[in-house]
Write a protein that binds this ligand. Structure first.
Ligand SMILES: Nc1ncnc2c1ncn2[C@@H]1O[C@H](COP(=O)(O)OP(=O)(O)OP(=O)(O)O)[C@@H](O)[C@H]1O
Length: 707
């Protein structure tokens, strides 16, 4: 037993101390054996089995009523609200651990507000993902019987649904960071709840430091006290506790509904195939009102599995199926369709990336199918190359995924990997801050008046990453120097845009090139996902159709042509289908454009068009992306081989329009450097080498000297 930890238990209303690790093990208790047996019989040909050690269960009643108020009362957090309030009153910082679905995110802010603990201030609850922030706010508004945006609201990128009356605000961690740029002490808030701390997104990691410093400074200057609550079901408690000066850890026991966990008996070579098999095995044997949630790695994979399901469903036994995709690049309206009830007799199958992994409740999900993989972007500081890797997710992610079942009724999670595989996985997520480019983060830190070299981070990123980010910011003119950086006038304007600083630089330079109309469209499309849809079986046809959009200047102008044609098309969905374009991604781009235009208007920028003078647009692109130049390699036989300004040998990506052009242009501008088996330049345009001297003379001189 360790006196560091406090447990507030449903059955134990008095304070007890536990060693958390022992406690977590104790949660894995015996399950309902009848249930397991039935499932085993139905699924035996897929090699799935029940693992009696990895089952979440509890002794709570299973009688969730339709009435929201009654439902609240059954949640473990609600049961211990008075003890919890006492702890919150007593401590200004605390860590709160509680099972998935126990009511941390929906109940704690409400309980604080019901007892007016926030005083004149507001309660902020941060979420790593926008879909979680929106749906949680909607749920809590419904529970408090208030209109969304009044007492309970949300703020996510490009959308603020709050008012002066808002007391409980769900917001993405990125949005709270943006608020910190104008008010580093976050004075508006008296309570900040940092939820899903285990996710370790770069924004959450920075926020940990921002609130820690804000709290200290507010204490020192006797500004209203800031209470900080760090929450998760699966976090690395010891590391966090140390970071927050040995603050108390409150452990909340119990969950409302049990979740039984099954592991595959054997390893699956093809997890997509295993997922589809599992879906149809369950589909044939379970009632229609029990929905499925399947975790996959990305949009393309989701679309492939979706089309497989639709194909097989035509002949499969079982109820009618509605398949709903859920991934970050999906327009907000489409994401929220996942929460729409299906008509009686129809089963919903949600195919999601890890954006549905934490925080969200999709009410009818009974079964979670966890492929156990995640797609992660990693980045190389020295070359600027990004790598997209599909890798095994952490144990914490596995627990979170399982926790999406058992929210409104008992559920089960089918892990398409073995128990031994699970046991061998890393316990916690690798912090994003150690593997991603930091220019946006550094810009935000500098904007809040922090010194990047002394800023307290839970895990420090490699020194090279910080240095590379500062050099880039200096080069694009956002800061005055790298050692004691201050924002320039341009840098200050860049912070108004919630996008990569290279992209905001493009927009800010656009008026002088007379091309803000086009730059907005292009930046919006580049901020969305791939707009081309090239099905394998119709590849030739799709490529033929693409010809009508192609510009000899390269991929950027081709993308612009697509976007312009999309805007003009009257029947957009049908038009996209006929032209092998992704309707969802183009609609999302149009949403982003609208929001970016709003920022430009607030900054009084002149929105004009360069018409056919597309050189102007390319020069403007270069003003933000000049560090992304590459030169044709001498003696490479004009075969599309290039070397980047960082000295990386790379080829034009075969999907690009310049790939087949001979002779290959002497100099190009690229959006992305991607490493797979080889290094590729992705989304490329031809440029005139002298343009670089015009838009970034200092950088051009250095490049020439290095070449
Ligand atoms: N949109 C919703 N529809 C139906 N029930 C909901 C919804 N949101 C929350 N609930 C109910 O409230 C419970 C508590 O949800 P809450 O998000 O507060 O839990 P949590 O402890 O924060 O979980 P997690 O750690 O997974 O984020 C859910 O298990 C579910 O029963």
């Amino acid at each position: 037993m360790d006196s560091k930890y406090t447990s507030v238990g449903r059955e134990k209303e008095h304070r007890i101390t536990y060693d958390l690790k022992v406690k977590r093990k104790k949660l894995s208790v015996e399950s309902n054996s009848k249930n397991i047996k039935e499932v085993e019989q139905n699924l035996c040909f897929n090699g799935l089995c029940q693992d009696s050690n990895n089952k979440i269960n509890n002794s709570l009643p299973n009688d969730v009523s339709e009435d929201l108020q009654e439902a609240r009362k059954t949640l473990p957090v609600y049961q211990v609200r008075f003890r919890l309030l006492e702890e919150i009153r007593k401590h200004n910082t605390m860590i709160l651990i509680g099972e998935t679905g126990s009511g941390k995110t929906t109940q704690i802010p409400q309980i604080i507000h019901e007892h007016r603990l926030e005083g004149k201030g507001c309660i902020a609850v941060t979420q790593p993902r926008r879909v979680a922030a929106i749906t949680l706010a909607m749920r809590v508004a419904a529970e408090t019987n208030s209109e969304i945006g009044s007492i309970v609201g949300y703020t996510v990128r490009f959308e603020d649904v709050t008012s002066s009356h808002t007391k409980v605000k769900y917001l993405t961690d990125g949005m709270l960071l943006r608020e910190a740029m104008t008010d580093p002490l976050l004075k508006k808030y008296s309570v900040i709840i940092l939820d899903e701390a285990h996710e370790r997104t770069v924004n959450t990691d920075v926020l940990f430091g921002i609130v820690k410093l804000a709290q200290k400074e507010r204490d020192e200057h006797k500004v209203n006290t800031l209470k900080v609550i760090v929450m998760s079901a699966t976090m690395d408690v010891d590391a966090f506790r140390k970071y927050y000066n040995n603050c108390p850890v409150i452990y909340l026991e119990g969950r409302t509904h049990p979740v039984t966990i099954y592991h595959s008996k054997t390893k699956h070579e093809d997890y997509q195939y295993a997922a589809v098999c599992t879906i149809f095995q369950l589909h044939a044997t379970t009632p229609a009102d029990q929905d499925f949630l399947v975790f996959l790695t990305g949009q393309e994979e989701i679309e492939t599995v979706m089309s497989n399901i639709k194909q097989i469903a035509k002949e499969a036994k079982g109820p009618q199926i509605r398949v709903c995709p859920l991934y970050a690049g999906l327009p907000a309206v489409k994401q929220l369709q996942v929460w729409k009830k299906t008509p009686p007799g129809m089963r919903k199958i949600v195919l999601a990336t890890n954006i549905a992994e934490a925080s969200v409740t999709i009410p009818q999900i009974k079964y979670v199918i966890d492929t156990g993989v995640v797609k992660e972007r990693t980045w190389c500081t020295s070359t600027g190359a990004e790598r997209l890797v599909v890798r095994a997710c952490s144990q914490a992610a596995g627990w979170q995924r399982a926790g999406r079942a058992g929210r409104t009724t008992a559920g089960a999670a089918y892990r398409l990997y073995t128990a031994a595989d699970f046991a061998a996985r890393q316990q916690h997520n690798t912090p994003e801050i150690v593997r991603c480019p930091l220019s946006s983060t550094m810009l935000m830190l500098i904007a809040t008046g922090m010194d990047p070299s002394t800023f307290p981070l839970l895990d420090s990123p490699p020194r090279d990453s910080i240095q590379a980010a500062l050099i880039l910011l200096k080069e694009i003119g956002a800061i005055d120097n790298e050692n004691n950086p201050k924002l320039t006038v341009l840098g200050k304007k860049m912070t108004a845009f919630p996008i990569d600083p290279k992209y905001s630089k493009i927009l800010l330079c656009a008026p002088e090139h007379n091309c803000l109309e086009e730059a907005l469209s292009l930046v919006a499309v580049m901020s969305s996902e791939n707009v081309f849809h090239t099905p394998l079986h119709k590849r030739e046809e799709a490529l033929k159709v693409k010809q009508k959009f192609i510009s000899p200047l390269g991929d950027h102008i081709t993308l612009l042509n697509v976007y312009k044609a999309f805007c003009k098309a009257p029947l957009k969905k049908q038009w996209c289908r006929e032209n092998y374009l992704n309707h969802k991604n183009l609609s999302y781009a149009s949403e982003i454009r609208q929001q970016l235009l709003g920022v430009c208007q607030r900054l009084n920028m002149t929105v004009s068009s360069c018409g056919t003078a597309l050189d102007q647009l390319l020069k403007c692109l270069l003003s933000g992306l000049f560090t992304n130049c590459a030169w044709a390699r001498a003696g490479a036989g004009g075969g599309g081989r290039y070397v980047t300004s960082a000295g990386v040998a790379a080829m034009l990506h075969p999907s690009g329009v310049l790939h087949a052009v001979r002779p290959a242009p002497p100099a190009v501008l690229y959006t992305e450097l991607l490493h797979t088996k080889r290094s590729y330049l992705v989304t490329v345009s031809a440029i005139q080498p002298q343009w670089l001297h015009q838009v970034a003379p200092e950088y051009a001189r250095r490049c020439r000297a290095n070449r």
